[in-house]
Design a protein around this ligand. Structure first.
Ligand code: SAM
Length: 214
């Protein structure tokens, strides 16, 4: 069985409850992006694209990710992809950070509806404050909040990523107004001797950085 999500075919294997929430959110995200619906700026989804979701799903399965950190939850679209890729196993966990209380509420509702809320911990607050308090190693970190602090986020999370783990950053190529900040980010990432990094032109552009050694 194949389910069509906005020109992208997802091969069955995605949990049906998760898929139903992903489909609904994907439609909403496309409507917002095309300007067909108007929402208050602080309530926009600003989500990854569906093909990016599939790309991350493949990546997470390949590295056998069990512990994920996300900076920037919004409505939880990307988090749903991560949760589905890892499976609802007692050893899997996602910590996701969001400062907007209405978005936290909305994401939680989506996670409950998808039946994945047990493996997700939403931390409400300012990312810089919360990141310093985190403990333990992560297999995958997704940086998708404000771009002003993205270099700081990278420097804080790099020691928290296991060898062979990945840091991904969204919006490397689009929208255009993020380009200067993202160019600085790429330059900064490439100063680190213990990583390998590439910009993948999928969705809004993803920087995929693997940690090779401590
Ligand atoms: C691009 S959206 C995240 C989209 C989500 N990752 C997805 O693909 O579905 C960015 C989110 O980060 C949140 N955010 C921005 N700056 C933040 C900060 N300093 N601390 C915590 N959250 C922040 C915003 O409220 C917004 O919901």
């Amino acid at each position: 069985m194949k389910v069509k999500i906005s020109c992208v075919y997802i091969i069955a294997g995605v949990d049906s409850k998760v898929l139903s929430v992903i489909s609904r959110l994907n439609m909403q995200s496309n409507r917002e992006r095309s300007g067909r619906v108007k929402v208050a700026p602080d309530q926009e989804m600003l989500a990854i694209t569906a093909d990016t979701g599939i790309f991350f799903s493949v990546l997470l399965k390949a590295i056998k990710a069990r512990r994920i950190l996300e900076v920037g939850t919004s409505a939880g679209f990307s988090t749903l992809w991560f949760a589905d890729a890892m499976g609802k196993n007692h050893s899997t966990r996602i910590i996701t950070i969001e400062m907007n209380p209405q978005k936290v509420e909305r994401a939680l509702k989506n996670f409950k509806e998808a039946g994945i809320d047990k493996i997700i911990e939403i931390k409400q607050g300012i990312a810089l404050d919360l990141l310093h308090k985190l403990k333990g190693k992560f297999d995958f970190v997704f940086l998708d909040a404000d771009k002003e602090n993205i270099i700081r986020y990278f420097d804080i999370v790099l020691p928290m990523v296991r060898i062979g783990g990945i840091i991904a950053a969204d919006n490397m190529l689009y929208p255009d107004h993020f380009r200067p900040a993202m160019r600085k980010y790429t330059r900064h990432v490439h100063t680190k001797p213990n990583i390998q990094s590439v910009t993948v032109p999928i969705g809004m552009g993803e920087e995929i950085t693997i940690k090779l050694r401590n």
